[in-house]
Unconditional design. Structure first.
Length: 177
């Protein structure tokens, strides 16, 4: 492991250690991190400003408080400390790693359901419930339109694939012939 990876992991585990007081807190911080990742992805210039050596830390803290006041203090303080230590450029990796650790601890798995048209929320919820029972985990599915499918659906969670598409069935028949 490189020194930089070790530093990033230390930051991730420090936040994780604070958060694992309860599953509720861990879930809240994980959701906060997901929100902040979306924000910083859309505002890359903001991170450059926070990483600047020219801007005093107090001004950076004020900017962070203004932008992220609705989030948990652990997250705000992590962002402030990363600005102070000029680690903001790695904040997305730290937050992403934190979300992965949280999902493991909370037994949450993410997957995709591929279909020819968008599924109704009720249909996705039903699939999530069935898969949650099968995997003994909370499953969260994202619906993706796959133009290559003729009909039916494909579900992928981790390395597990359920192919209930017409194309999949045709390919199965083709392999048998």
């Amino acid at each position: 492991m490189t020194e930089l990876n070790e530093i990033i992991n230390n930051w991730t585990f420090a936040l994780f250690d604070l958060a694992r007081e309860s599953d509720e807190l861990l879930s809240q911080l994980s959701n906060d991190c997901a929100d902040i990742l979306k924000i910083i992805k859309q505002n890359k210039e903001y991170l450059k400003i926070l990483n600047s050596f020219d801007l005093p830390n107090e001004k950076k803290y004020e900017m962070i408080d203004n932008a992220f006041s609705s989030y948990h203090p652990y997250i705000i303080n992590t962002i402030k400390l990363s600005a102070k230590k000029h680690m903001v450029k790695y904040l997305d990796i730290i937050l992403h790693n934190f979300i992965e650790l949280s999902n493991d601890k909370l037994n949450i798995k993410y997957g995709y359901v591929y279909s020819t048209k968008y599924l109704k929320e009720k249909e996705i919820t039903k699939l999530q419930m069935k898969l949650s029972n099968r995997f003994k985990s909370k499953i969260i599915l994202t619906n993706i339109i796959d133009e290559n499918l003729i009909g039916g659906i494909k579900i992928k969670v981790d390395e597990f694939l359920i192919d209930n598409s017409i194309l999949g069935k045709l390919n199965k028949i083709k392999s048998l012939v």
